[in-house]
Ligand binder design. Sequence first.
Ligand code: NAD
Ligand code: ZN
Length: 344
Amino acid sequence: MKALQYRTFGQWPEVVEVERPRPGPGQVLLRVTAAGVCHSDLGLLARDADTYPYGSLPLTLGHEGAGVVAEIGAGVAGVRVGEPVVVYGPWGCGRCRVCATGAENHCPFAAALGIRAPGLGSAGSMAQYQLVNDARHLVPLGDLDPVRHVCLTDAGLTPYHAIRQSLPRLLPGSIAVVVGVGGLGHVAVQMLRALCPATVVAVDIDDDRLALARGLGAQHAVRTEDTAELVAGLSRGTGAAMVLDLVGSPATTDLAARVAARGADVSVIGVGGGAVPVGYRTIAFDASVRFPYWGSRPELFEVLEMAAAGQIRVEVETYSLDEAPVAYRRLAEGRVRGRAVVVP
Ligand code: NAD
Ligand code: ZN
């Protein structure tokens, strides 16, 4: 079968022929129907051999995956061949008290047990077939189109996980600022509009992304450098109740600290090398700063419910598996609108 693999440090990933895996006991083999291209993969590709935290190369990329159950290993119950599913990515041990709550994204034992997320250490979805270690990682897709919805497993789940925790702050009259209207951000804008009465301010450096945000319901869409003034004007100087920073660069974390209201939630999801300072005169009193990671299994079900109810839609550009390296290059150049999705 074909797979997109990261094979050599410092090189772009390549499409190669690899052996089609067979499901062992407890495992499920998917025929992949769609795989999302996430900005986090660019961070992975930027690591050198000394700082690479995802095990060894080669690695089949893709941590946003959808597929159809193709083969079932011995002892697997509860899934049927032909069933359309998406893959819940942040695999935990499945046995500890944290995993028991569904928050496998915070399993304290996964790393020590050598359990790695697909595409981030174990073979991912950028291939014709994908092996999934346990049927519990499969979430039914129902009638939803895999290409249009695959990226909800990360670009939907990650902002949802952050927004959900901040909903008590997002009261009528409040402001929510979304910085970076890319794969995650364009879904985040819609989630905020559907889930709370806050006024949504979308922020980007690219006018086309700002237009996309307006089209998806943001009441205001503004360039990064103009954001502080706009938020001050809208809030009579009090600031935003939530800032969702999907860039995380020094410029955007600085902005987040400046526009956060007293008692605000600041969630930094982007991993752009910035940090939000907490202390006297660096941020408003009682503001909280959070660094969310992916989301829980129940939250992924909730995100898919939002899609099924028509509350969120994903803007996608599609690529064949042979074209997948092109998708990565376009993402690196900032030229992807919404999410790039590989259809093997
Ligand atoms: P993307 O490339 O699709 O989107 C990034 C957007 O940010 C683009 O629209 C770009 O124009 C905009 N942008 C860049 N610089 C900006 C600036 N200074 N001000 C405002 N906007 C700016 O990326 P994505 O796939 O949506 O990922 C976003 C970030 O989230 C990445 O850093 C990724 O690694 C991270 N991420 C984190 C988690 C987590 O669990 N914490 C999960 C997924 C992704
Ligand atoms: Zn991701």
